[in-house]
Design a binder for this molecule. Structure first.
Ligand code: NAD
Ligand code: UDP
Length: 424
């Protein structure tokens, strides 16, 4: 064996061994669920994600390996030591828990190569399940899940959910749908087809296979709300013919379909109403406020507030959302349940916060507001606390620091000309 291969194998053995040490619930006993070092916004720094009650805990530092400091990962994928100028692959996978056959579920994640989906896939794979990602790569990217491609528990299907699909499955997380306003408004007819026909197809699959199906719905079902904070019993205030309607009304119909299939077809459903979520693997060009502000701040460009800066949003870090989705899927409540972090900011406050965290000298400038932009948004999460024992653990600042690091690394890759990794 080459010296280089020996070193490589040893490194991965150490990584694998330490991973197993840290993926078990012992991690909480070793480190505590949280530590008080470097607290952010009064919230202690989170070091472990997941829930000890459902034994799905992982050390945050282990998850970081899947999306931070990835510049050198090609060394682990490609063997450049051969002398013929060709590149041999020697892919190694993150270690996963070994489940018995009756514990290991077949889980479909539609939209699994997107921002939220890929983090969910990481957690399900690490837990030892068999995961199938179904995605048409409209906004999703192979790079978000490439560390699993080829793994015996993992399957990637390029497929559009508006077409039927047959497979055998135990659980379906139905996330396929563009989520950022520029992306879902790019082809509004396609967006509403994705929500409506995609959800019908997945419900048909769930009905035939008797799988449990979770819909990733949205706080947008509340529209421009006149109830604040938003409770699940509020029916919303949506303009049915405005530019956001393809998404908002699409998700409202998707929810209706979920409940109709449940009542009429006895399908086992779960409905999550997700509030604004951010984190690593957000698309650089998705036009959402978090990615826009961070990239503008890092590049020294003007930070663009749409409107007078007084409209509000409440932001949750992606790992909290994944915990919430898994708690809902594996609990008894069918929902709808709000999953969000009630930490609320005006857009002006949020721009100032990101400017401070990035140390940027960017100017904060105001642009005209966009049509039908909701003026405020904040989840009431009492139902989530009561029914699925979930609440967010991350302070917004901790999540933002990670996200800033992620975007900085992406910009560095761009500067080095690593366009392949930046391509959609
Ligand atoms: P994203 O755009 O990163 O991911 C969506 C994924 O769905 C992508 O991989 C995309 O390629 C795929 N997709 C889109 N149309 C498809 C189709 N017709 N067939 C197959 N795949 C398709 O968005 P995200 O932020 O990860 O959002 C995931 C889900 O969560 C969406 O359903 C979204 O509505 C919901 N949600 C997200 C947020 C948020 O703040 N991120 C808030 C509320 C709801
Ligand atoms: N926004 C902004 N500047 C930007 C992008 C967005 O001020 O560069 C505002 C947007 O008008 C909205 C809020 O930020 O009031 C959140 O927008 P985002 O697109 O992230 O999510 P959504 O509107 O779907 O909640």
């Amino acid at each position: 064996m080459h010296m280089r291969s020996v070193v490589f194998c040893s490194i991965w053995s150490i990584v694998a061994a330490s991973f197993f040490l840290f993926t078990i619930s012992d991690v909480t006993r070793v480190m505590g669920v949280v530590s008080n070092i470097g607290s952010t916004n009064g919230k202690p720094l989170v070091e472990v994600v997941g829930n000890p009650e459902v034994k799905n805990e992982f050390a945050l530092s282990e998850l970081h390996k899947l999306y931070l400091n990835r510049a050198h990962e090609e060394e682990h994928i490609f063997d450049k030591t051969n002398q013929h100028g060709t590149i041999a692959t020697k892919k190694q996978y993150p270690p996963v828990v070994q489940l018995s056959n009756n514990q290991r579920l077949r889980i479909l994640v539609t939209g699994g190569s997107g921002f939220v989906g890929s983090h969910l896939v990481d957690r399900l794979m690490l837990q030892g399940h068999e995961v199938t990602v179904m995605d048409n790569f409209f906004t999703g990217r192979r790079m978000n899940i490439e560390h699993w491609i080829g793994h015996p528990h993992f399957e990637l299907i390029r497929h559009d959910v508006i077409e039927e699909y047959m497979m055998e499955v135990d659980q379906i997380y139905h996330l396929a749908c563009p989520a950022s306003p520029p992306h879902y408004q790019y082809n509004p007819v396609k967006t509403i087809k994705t929500s409506v026909m995609g959800t019908i197809n997945m419900l048909g699959l769930a009905k035939r296979t008797r799988a449990r199906m979770l819909l990733a719905s949205t706080s947008e079902v509340y529209g421009d709300p006149d109830v604040h904070p938003q409770v699940e019993t509020y029916w919303g205030n949506v303009n049915p013919i405005g530019p956001r309607a393809c998404y908002d009304e699409g998700k409202r119909v998707a929810e209706t379909l979920m409940f109709n299939y449940h009542k009429q077809g006895d399908v086992d459903i779960r409905v999550a109403r997700i509030f604004n979520t951010f984190g690593p693997r957000m698309h650089e060009n998705d036009g959402r406020v978090v990615s826009n502000f961070i990239l503008q701040a890092l590049r020294g460009d003007d930070m663009t507030i749409y409107g007078d800066g007084t409209s509000t949003r409440s932001f949750q870090f992606v790992h909290d959302l994944v915990d919430g989705l898994m708690a809902l899927m594996n609990g008894d409540s069918i929902g709808p349940i709000n999953i969000g972090n009630p930490e609320e900011y005006t857009m002006e406050e949020f721009a100032i916060l990101i400017k401070r965290l990035t140390g940027s000298t960017s100017k904060i400038v105001k642009h005209p507001p966009t049509t039908d932009d909701p003026k405020k948004r904040k989840p009431d999460i009492s139902k989530a606390k009561r029914e699925i024992n979930w609440e967010p653990k991350f302070g917004v600042e901790q999540g933002l620091k990670e996200t800033i690091q992620y975007f900085q690394e992406r910009l560095d890759q761009l500067e080095k000309g690593d366009y392949a990794r930046l391509a959609p």
